[in-house]
Design a protein around this ligand. Sequence first.
Ligand code: PGA
Length: 256
Amino acid sequence: MKSRKILIAGNWKMNKTTAEGVELVKEIAAEVGKQSEVEVLVCPPAVALDGGGKALEGTSIKLGAQNMHPKPSGAFTGEISAEMIRHHFATYVILGHSERRTYFFETDAFINEKVLAALKSLLRPILCIGETLEERDADKTLDVIRTQLEGGLAGVSADDMTSVVIAYEPVWAIGTGRNATPEQAQEVHAFIRKWLTDKFGEAVAQKVRILYGGSMKPVNAADLLAQEDIDGGLIGGASLEARSFVEIINAAKAAS
Ligand code: PGA
């Protein structure tokens, strides 16, 4: 029996037109749109937030964005604000994904601005952290995790921290088909929980959900979710098809 409600979040990345996205959320909703044992979230591309959100009306499935700019408005061509996301009844936003860090050079300081701005706008941040293969091989995993936590969560109050979700995503496991073993993931999740306990106290740390992300699939979801400190998954590839996403949700139900 898990003390925290499992969160299964689909990160569609740059996939699906609005029409395709609406189709996919309808298929997911038909299977798991009424249950409340597991919290289910879909994060489509920004242009599909409107259509996806409307298709989810009347279901228990939540909507989130994949990124946002920290400023409320202004001359930031190509960006979207927390307010724009909220307008579509989205409640979560993924921040600091390793693809944003790698391809768009996002730093911990910039990600921290976004985390604080999201919280101010009552959006729940899913803060992504994780080491590269070189860092793991050099035995630097926990140092990297600590630096990303300290940087990304600077200035977050204990109260606000209960609204934040952490996603541990080893970069070498994302989209590679090579997931962390449940033991490897649990070791880092336990380290994150300990860091949260030291910084925010036991009561807060016990409430924060820590997701695993990186090639989570129906075949490995149950073993990963059975770990004490793994409270859900951030799913990329396997969230693009209703069948595999629903199978992971069903594995989460069984682990709840
Ligand atoms: P993946 O992506 O499941 O395709 O590895 C996970 C993520 O990047 O959030």
